[in-house]
Design a protein around this ligand. Structure first.
Ligand code: MBD
Ligand code: FE
Length: 295
């Protein structure tokens, strides 16, 4: 069975390009790459041509998530797995592959209608080292762990788990959380050493719940926290440590209204499942409306 190897890129529809350029560089430390296209710009974290495509739009939400496979043979195997499981997909054209700076891709939707792309052969710009948008002590933790993780909206738990299992992600429910609205059981799935690349099971108002990016150096997380506080950006969840990935993180609102989770010190994927009733410490809800769970 073939499996995706990393969360390779994510596309977002955004309404306020200027706010996003400032936020991504001055606060987070990402690099803006402009290719002279009027309807989009790119954000970089490493040697990849880009990790994020920011599509200037009239909505603020995720546009697609891009999952990498090793090569064309692996993509063929994934296609066969999808067909056998009853899911449909569309082959991307040469133009669509060039648009994403990959050698080949397919496009489909998960059971909740979230657009998904599976690709091989990203463009690596080895001549263009990452240039942080603000001073950084270290770099981003990417490499064979992909860009980070996304938490997205999911209508039905079992359907969602079955779909992402079909493309090779593994994982299961990792928390049982009592909330006023009943028991919440978020699911976390991995496809490499990153503890999870995909999470679902806590729905918010948008398809996009949060995007987690991980600094290699704790000082960069501290600097991000200082910058978020100095600029008065809404903090959704205060600094805290997750029980599952052991990462020190906090969550704050992006110019699109969904949350960014910045972190440091994550543990690797367990390969065997376990679950938790609460986080290690912190993560108190400060501004409600994003992830209103008592972790
Ligand atoms: C995470 O990254 C997360 O977002 C939540 C809600 C719980 C554990 C790890
Ligand atoms: Fe998270």
């Amino acid at each position: 069975m073939a499996a995706v190897t990393e969360l390779g890129y994510v596309g977002f529809n955004i309404t306020d390009a200027d706010a996003w350029r400032r936020f991504a560089t001055d606060v987070v430390g990402l690099e803006v790459l402009d290719e002279g296209e009027a309807d989009r710009f790119y954000l970089r974290m490493d040697y990849w041509h880009h990790r994020f495509v920011m599509h200037i739009s009239d909505v603020d939400d995720i546009a697609y998530s891009g999952w990498r496979v090793a090569d064309e043979g692996a993509l063929d195997e994934i296609k066969a797995q999808l067909t056998a499981a009853g899911y449909s997909y569309r082959d991307g054209s040469r133009e669509e592959a060039a648009e994403r700076r990959v050698l080949g891709l397919i496009k489909l939707e998960d059971p909740s209608g979230n657009p998904v792309e599976i690709f091989f052969g990203p463009l690596i710009d080895s001549h263009l080292p990452f240039h942080p948008g603000r001073r950084m002590h270290g770099r981003w933790l990417t490499g064979d762990q992909g860009l980070g993780h996304v938490l997205i909206q999911a209508d039905d738990h079992a359907d969602t788990h079955r779909f992402y299992s079909t493309i090779g992600l593994k994982g299961h429910i990792q928390y049982h959380l009592n909330t006023p609205g009943g028991m919440v059981e978020p699911c976390f799935m991995y496809c490499n050493d990153r503890q999870h690349s995909l999470a679902f099971g806590v729905n918010g108002p948008k398809r996009m719940g949060h995007l987690m990016l991980e600094y290699a150096d704790l000082n960069d997380l501290g600097k991000a926290h200082d910058l978020v506080r100095a600029q008065g950006i809404d903090v959704a969840l205060q600094l805290g440590k997750h029980a599952n990935d052991d990462a020190l993180t906090f969550y704050f609102l992006t110019p699109s209204g969904w949350a960014m989770e910045l972190g440091w010190g994550s543990a690797k994927a367990f390969r065997q499942q376990q679950y938790h009733l609460s986080d290690v410490f912190g993560h108190g809800v400060e501004v409600a409306g994003t992830l209103d769970v008592e972790l």
